[in-house]
Design a protein around this ligand. Structure first.
Ligand code: G3P
Length: 226
């Protein structure tokens, strides 16, 4: 399982990247507005993130256009920022059509706001490089977010989706809208390719009280040795 950071916060990305386990970043309009982002600075902000994480880490930047031609145009503009930009597009008819256009041009798409297996199958067939099923938001409406990601992971694994014929890359499922370390555990056990996590969850993933207690007792005992 790879870990992406689900944030537009530069300092969180810098910190997480320094930990050595970061494989990518996902942003969305809400996350960008949360850091006080302005439309005029959006592309340079995404460029800065790409620079921090390096060329091997995909960075998802979302299109907010609503028609296929506008989404595709947005996608081309975003993809031109850096080679590791992935265009995030919501799962909808216009989004599917734009995904096909961009995929045919070799531009990677992360199809987001995906909640069902049929949505995921359509995204895959339209050429999405990544599919992002949302866990927390599904739980929020009293559905089973984890089961939904498990079903999507299983359904995708039944077929050979290689959306990117230029690079030969396989489709990957990004478990998104993750709210806890336990979500990460369940996604890892079901074989989700990637978990995109907020920085708060990433910090919790490192910690365990027994680890802290163990470090503490080792330090104390080492004092005795000295
Ligand atoms: O990447 C988008 C997704 O992870 C959003 O999460 O917590 O706003 O549902 P959340």
């Amino acid at each position: 399982m790879k870990f992406f950071l689900d944030t537009a916060d530069i300092s969180e990305i810098e910190e997480a990247a320094s930990w050595g386990a970061l494989a990518g970043v996902t942003t969305n309009p809400t996350l960008y507005s949360r850091v006080g982002g302005k439309l005029a600075d959006f592309e340079s902000h995404i460029g800065r993130i790409c620079q921090i994480v390096g060329p091997d880490c995909p960075v998802s930047a979302e299109s907010v256009a609503m028609t296929r031609d506008e989404i595709a145009e947005d996608g081309r503009r975003l993809a031109a920022i850096a080679p590791n930009v992935v265009v995030k597009i919501p799962t909808m008819v216009e989004g599917l059509a734009a995904t096909r256009m961009l995929a045919d041009e070799g531009i990677r798409v992360n199809m987001t706001l995906c909640f069902t297996v049929p949505q995921a199958m359509l995204a895959a067939r339209a050429g999405a490089r990544y599919i992002s099923p949302f866990i927390g938001r599904f739980d929020d409406i009293s559905e089973d977010g984890i089961q939904q990601v498990a079903d999507i992971v299983e359904a995708v694994s039944n077929y050979d989706f290689t959306p990117d014929t230029v690079r030969g890359e396989q489709l990957e499922v990004i478990a998104a809208s993750i709210r806890s370390a336990d979500h990460v555990t369940k996604c890892a056990l079901m074989g989700a390719d990637i978990a995109t996590v907020p920085f708060g969850v990433l910090k919790k993933m490192v910690k365990h009280p027994l680890t802290d207690a163990g470090i503490d007792s080792f330090m104390k005992d080492w004092e005795k040795v000295k």
